[in-house]
Design a protein around this ligand. Structure first.
Ligand code: MTE
Ligand code: MO
Length: 383
């Protein structure tokens, strides 16, 4: 594989792997703005970044169990109504490093910043599918298509040199309310190469792995995609499963993200002066569920107080209300008085009353995905 044409990246990013390039911003940078600047948005790749030079000749082919296969050029996609959707993308491997401290897991290590919140601009996939004769809110095509597969133009070793792939159910892809996009913009600018130029899928509320970058083709298929990242990766196994007894076929590919919350104003072990401490960070759930509450403890989880929550300045945040960005993270903040060494803990509750698990042990899995355990930081108080 050829890494000689990689784009430039911001020097503040913490590099977790060089080839393929995987990097995340520092915690404080991550929460410095509600909409994450493109430079600071985590980059998660499985191969070299493709280079699309001739945008006039670039097209996406739509094939499979449909009546009218089609090739769509950028101008065809730009002709469809344009939507801006504010959505948080989070890698299933976020917080993997902390999980591997309990027991070793396989995969790129990530601190807490393998996520970002962007305004994605593009066409709704539901509108694109209409162009090939699939009505809105279909769950099956006449020819028996039930899943929509996205195939990239990149190349990765997991696919033995083939492209990165993934799929989502047709019912979600063709539902305009699900806000699945074929995005050509990120924060009002054309996508950059790292994030999928010229065109990527954005599947709000779902693990980042399904938001396929650098789209080459879209296939309407009967069963879910059989690619590596759907069938041999990104599945949540119980703690009892190890590399000797794993049977990949027993679990479904992970889709929705569970409720997550992280303190970003403090490091894992932080030295502070006695007195007021600001505890702030992000909380986000999957499936469009809002954040009902964020609880903070200054005594390792015995007593809790509620943090304030916000998205946009000047707009009170109310989970699942029309004024909230349903696919986006929520920032929380509380000021506490800390006089002695202690453990500060954060946990969120989503609008379906899902709560995060207390410990890593109970959700440990060999691939190290979905570490959504209560976020704990140690503070050492010095005078
Ligand atoms: N799409 C392609 N073509 N190749 C990839 O390696 N990585 C996936 C997804 N889409 C990937 C991809 C994963 S695991 C994640 S978490 C997100 O893209 C990361 O998107 P970002 O790099 O824009 O943050
Ligand atoms: Mo990911």
């Amino acid at each position: 594989s050829d890494y000689s044409q990689e784009p430039l990246r911001h020097p503040c990013l913490r590099i977790n792997a060089k080839e393929p390039f995987n990097a995340e911003p520092p915690r404080s940078t991550l929460i410095s703005s509600y909409v994450t600047p493109v430079d600071f948005f985590y980059k998660r790749n499985h191969g070299p970044i493709p280079l699309v030079n001739d945008i006039e000749r670039y097209f996406v082919s739509i094939n499979g169990l449909i009546d009218k296969p089609k090739e769509l050029f950028m101008k065809d996609i730009r002709m469809l109504p344009k939507y801006n959707v504010t959505a948080t993308l989070q890698c299933a491997g976020n917080r993997r490093t902390a999980m591997s401290k309990t027991k070793t897991v396989k995969g790129v290590g990530w601190d807490v910043s393998a996520l970002g919140n962007a305004v994605w601009g593009g066409a709704k996939l539901a509108d694109v599918l209409e162009l090939v004769g699939i009505p809105k809110c279909s769950y099956r095509t006449q020819k028996g298509g039930k899943h929509v597969e996205f195939v990239s133009i990149d190349r990765c070793k997991e696919e033995k040199g083939g492209p990165y792939k993934g799929s989502i159910p047709l019912s979600q892809a063709s539902d305009p309310e699900a806000d699945v996009l074929l995005a050509y913009e990120m924060n009002g600018e054309p996508l950059n190469r790292d994030h999928g130029y010229p065109l990527r899928v954005v599947v709000p509320g779902v693990i980042g792995a399904r938001s396929v970058k650098w789209i080459d083709s879209i296939n309407i298929i009967a069963e879910e995609c059989q690619g590596f990242f759907m069938q041999k990766d990104y599945k949540m196994f119980p703690p009892s499963v190890n590399w000797d007894n794993i049977d990949w076929s027993t679990r479904r590919p992970q889709m929705d993200f569970p409720v997550q919350c992280v303190i970003c104003s403090l490091e894992d072990v932080d030295h502070i002066k006695p007195g007021k401490v600001t505890v702030s960070g992000y909380a986000v759930s999957g499936g469009g569920r809002g954040i009902e509450r964020v609880d903070i403890s200054v005594d390792g989880g015995k007593n809790w107080i509620e943090a304030s929550r916000s998205q946009k300045v000047g707009v009170p945040y109310v989970a699942d209300s029309p004024s909230s960005d349903k696919w986006a993270w929520v920032f929380f903040e509380v000021t506490l008085n800390v006089q002695q060494n202690t453990e500060i803990v954060a946990k969120a509750v989503d609008s379906a009353a899902n709560v995060q698990p207390g410990t890593v042990e109970e959700i440990w899995n060999l691939r190290g995905i979905l570490n959504t355990s209560w976020h704990r930081v140690q503070v050492r108080v010095g005078r």
